[in-house]
Write a protein that binds this ligand. Structure first.
Ligand SMILES: [Mn+2]
Length: 218
């Protein structure tokens, strides 16, 4: 049995298939996880979710899935234009997408790793005590958790001690992170860079090139 944890897919179905192939996933034997943000920005949100279900991929919730859930649960007449635009970008079948992501957990705590979308909260020793917004969106740590993305502050993972390897995504600009105790797997596939994954048993990074620049990094 091997394990593969795949970074932020963002609708890049072809690259998701490529990385599963390059790993040589054995269905029914190997385990496969994903860092969240499976949907949006790229071309195949629903296709990626359906493929993920076929392969038994277990995902944590990303900020994009969390936003979809929040908007979908808002009555249509109460949605603002930004929220409507967000739904439109997902390309239809929204009820189906919603059903597929609504029960994803905020974290998966395994014997060998802790999987979260963005990061874990410095100063807390229990995942239950952490702020949902931090788990879903943190990049940098200002000491209190007010500004979670300031270039003046250090990355959250330089402020954290954790008993297992923390595996996360969400920071395409920061790129792949391979440090003792931390694996950051968002290497910007949807921005035309690459899709990355980590196998804990082999301690090996798998990577496939993006076939296109689907979205602009800003
Ligand atoms: Mn994200």
């Amino acid at each position: 049995m091997r394990t593969l944890i795949v970074g932020d897919v963002h609708g890049c179905l072809d690259e998701l298939k490529d990385i599963v192939d390059s790993f040589g996933l054995v269905l029914g034997k190997d385990r496969i996880f994903q860092t969240g943000d499976m949907i949006n920005r790229g071309p195949h949100s629903l296709g990626s979710l359906e493929f993920a279900r076929e392969c038994g991929i277990q995902s944590v919730l990303g900020n994009h899935e969390s936003r979809l859930i929040q908007i979908w649960e808002t009555p249509a007449h109460a949605r603002n234009p930004k929220e409507d635009a967000f739904l439109k970008r997902l390309g239809g079948n929204l009820e189906h997408i919603y059903e597929l992501v609504k029960n994803w957990p905020l974290w998966i705590d395994d014997r060998d790793f802790t999987l979260v979308h963005a990061g874990i909260q410095p100063g807390k020793s229990s995942l239950e005590d952490m702020d949902r917004k931090v788990l879903l969106t943190v990049r940098t740590w200002d000491g209190v958790g007010k500004d979670l993305d300031s270039p003046k502050d250090p990355p959250w993972f330089s402020c954290v001690k954790w008993p297992r390897t923390v595996v996360f995504g969400h920071w395409a600009l920061g790129g792949l992170v391979v440090q003792p105790g931390f694996r950051g797997l968002d290497s910007g596939c949807v921005y035309g860079k690459s899709l990355s994954a980590w196998c804990p048993e082999e301690d090996r990074i798998y990577q496939v090139a993006a076939r296109h620049e689907y979205s602009r990094l800003h």
